[in-house]
Write a protein that binds this ligand. Structure first.
Ligand SMILES: C[S@@+](CC[C@H](N)C(=O)[O-])C[C@H]1O[C@@H](n2cnc3c(N)ncnc32)[C@H](O)[C@@H]1O
Length: 214
C-alpha cells in the first residue's frame, strides 16, 4: 500500500495558533482538491485553492459528506490538535478503514498545556470532558500525579471541580486558548471551577502539589 495513494488525508492542525501548523500540514492542504473541517480550521488556510466544505460537531453528518465525495477526489480532513487524541480522525478511520487514510500528526492541546505548566506528560492520564462527561472510577485516578482534561463547557468544569475535591490535594491549572492571542493559564481552587465561564478551548490540569513543587 502506497501511503500517498490513500484517498483521505487527516491533517492535525495544532491547538490553533498558525505558528503551530507544521509544514507537513500546510503541504497536504496546498495539494488538496477538497478540504473538509470546522470553519475555524478552514480559516487557518486562507490561501488554499481546494474546494471547502465546512462541517460542525455532528460526526455522522461529516461522515456522510465524505461518503458522497469518496472516490471522486482525494480529500483532506482538518482536525484540531493531534488526530490521535479525541478527534474526528477516529470515527473517520473506523468508518472508512485505515488503509484509506493517511494521518498527519500535530501538536496537541494537551502537549501545549503541559508545556505552559513547565511539566512533562510522560506519566499523565488524559481524559475528555469535551461533549460527554467521562465515566470513570475516581479511585483509579487517585494515584495519578498529572491528569489533563479536555473541556469547554460549564457543565464539564463543574464536574472537574467535584472531581478535584474528591482527589484533593490537587493544584488546578485552567489552560485556555493555548497558542492563541488570548492564551491564559490560571491557577484556581476547586470551588472556583463551579460556575466558571472559560473558553470553549480549555484544558484543565489536575496536578498533585509535589509534582509542581519538584
Ligand atoms: C475535540 S477535542 C480535540 C482535541 C485535539 N485533538 C488535541 O489534540 O488537542 C477539543 C478539545 O481540545 C481542547 N483544545 C483544543 N484547542 C485548544 C486550545 N487552543 N487551548 C486549550 N484547549 C484546546 C479543548 O479541551 C477542546 O474542548
Amino acid at each position: 500500500m502506497v501511503v500517498t495513494d490513500r484517498p483521505i488525508t487527516i491533517v492535525g492542525c495544532g491547538p490553533g495558533g498558525p505558528a503551530y501548523l507544521t509544514d507537513a500540514a500546510r503541504h497536504a492542504v496546498d495539494q488538496a482538491e477538497l478540504l473538509i473541517g470546522a470553519n475555524r480550521l478552514l480559516a487557518l488556510f486562507p490561501d488554499a485553492k481546494g474546494e471547502r466544505i465546512a462541517v460542525g460537531a455532528d460526526i455522522n453528518a461529516a461522515l456522510q459528506v465524505m461518503e458522497t465525495r469518496l472516490g471522486q477526489t482525494p480529500m483532506v480532513v482538518l482536525v484540531t490538535g493531534d488526530p490521535g487524541l479525541h478527534s474526528l480522525a477516529s470515527p473517520v478511520v473506523c468508518h472508512f478503514g485505515r488503509a484509506r487514510c493517511r494521518i498527519i500528526p500535530a501538536v496537541s492541546s494537551v502537549q501545549a498545556a503541559f508545556a505552559a505548566a513547565g511539566l512533562d506528560w510522560m506519566d499523565a492520564r488524559i481524559l475528555s470532558a469535551h461533549g460527554a462527561l467521562p465515566d470513570i472510577d475516581t479511585r483509579e485516578l487517585a494515584p495519578v500525579g498529572k491528569i489533563a482534561i479536555l473541556t469547554g463547557s460549564s457543565a464539564a468544569l463543574h464536574w472537574i471541580g467535584e472531581l478535584a475535591v474528591r482527589l484533593a490535594p490537587r493544584r488546578i491549572l485552567v489552560c485556555e486558548d493555548l497558542t492563541l492571542p488570548g492564551e491564559r493559564v490560571t491557577e484556581v481552587k476547586a470551588d472556583a471551577l463551579i460556575g466558571l465561564e472559560a473558553s470553549s478551548r480549555t484544558v484543565v490540569l489536575l496536578v498533585r502539589p509535589e509534582v509542581l513543587e519538584g
